[in-house]
Design a binder for this molecule. Structure first.
Ligand code: PXL
Length: 280
């Protein structure tokens, strides 16, 4: 069985980060080890959340895993709480990564033109320069890309394909092999992903319908699904299409429930659909 390690916080309530990655990746038939970088009572959109930083656990965990000779087919990183933690996560990754290990970085730190609580533009630049630079694949949304590059943020409806391609060129110049922008909308009613392979210079894209609802954790659903699909043998463009279709299905399932919560999506109900998408 393929094995991935997901490195990000555990928000005890909130349907994001590890509470999404673990069930989604496991459901796809891939072993999912985890490294919780912090424990929060909820994600940071709740008022008054608590947070215990676990950065000091990274080195002992890596040392122990190395002593056990474990290897990983992929390493996936998500929300990272600070620039010092980003550097520690990178050291951790370097110490357990082999040449065959795929590194997928989701620089989860911003959406809708704004950074999440507690982050600064300097942190965003550090995430780009430190963590994204070493990745095989990065999958920021447009807000995250703009902050990492110090570029202008443009809202849906006010940018064109040239803007998307410029962001992608800036992202691959940071160093990752491939960059994928999520939440790209080039036509009314359509939303999807647009990527660039830094080696071949080839662009690729996949669009689905735009569902007019925003929820926390959809980036985490997307990113985890992409990693799970890749480890099921799908090519990147196929994995992204699966991740986009599943994420849209999760949002639709959520809004179809009149009493749905505001903080995350009902990804659980759509797991059978996800398995169908990957032929399981
Ligand atoms: O879904 C991204 C995410 C992950 N982890 C924490 C968050 C958020 C988004 O707000 O606050 C702690």
């Amino acid at each position: 069985m393929k094995r991935v390690v997901s490195i990000q916080d555990i928000s005890c309530l909130g349907r994001c980060s590890l509470t999404v990655a673990l069930p989604v990746i496991s459901a796809m038939g891939v072993e999912c080890a985890i490294v919780p970088t912090a424990v929060l009572s909820t994600h940071t959109a709740f008022p008054g959340f608590t947070c215990k930083d676990l950065t000091d656990q990274l080195t002992p965990i890596a040392r122990h895993w190395r002593s056990q000779g474990v290897t990983f087919d992929a390493i996936s990183t998500g929300y990272i709480a600070s620039a010092p933690q980003a550097r520690q996560v990178l050291d951790f990754v370097a110490s357990i990564r082999s040449p065959e290990t795929l590194l997928v970085v989701d620089p989860a730190m911003a959406d809708n033109g704004a950074l999440y609580k507690g982050f600064t533009p300097e942190f965003a630049r550090a995430m780009g320069a430190v963590v994204c630079s070493k990745a095989d694949i990065i999958d920021p949304n447009i807000t995250e890309a703009a902050f990492m590059l110090g570029a202008e943020y443009k809202e849906d409806g006010s940018y064109d394909e040239d803007y998307v391609r410029e962001l992608l060129q800036g992202l691959v110049a940071l160093g990752p092999k491939k960059a994928v922008l999520t939440g790209v909308s080039l036509e009314p009613g359509s939303c999807g992903v647009y990527g660039l392979d830094g080696k071949t210079g080839q662009y690729f894209s996949y669009f689905n319908e735009l569902v007019d609802a925003r929820f926390h954790g959809t980036g985490d659903v997307f990113s985890s699904t992409t990693v799970g699909a890749l480890l099921n043998g799908l090519e990147l463009d196929e994995a992204l299409a699966v991740a986009a279709d599943y994420t849209v299905a999760c949002i639709k399932a959520t809004i179809s429930q009149p009493d749905h919560n505001w903080y995350g999506v009902d990804f659980e109900t759509e797991i059978p659909y996800l398995l169908k998408l990957i032929g399981k």
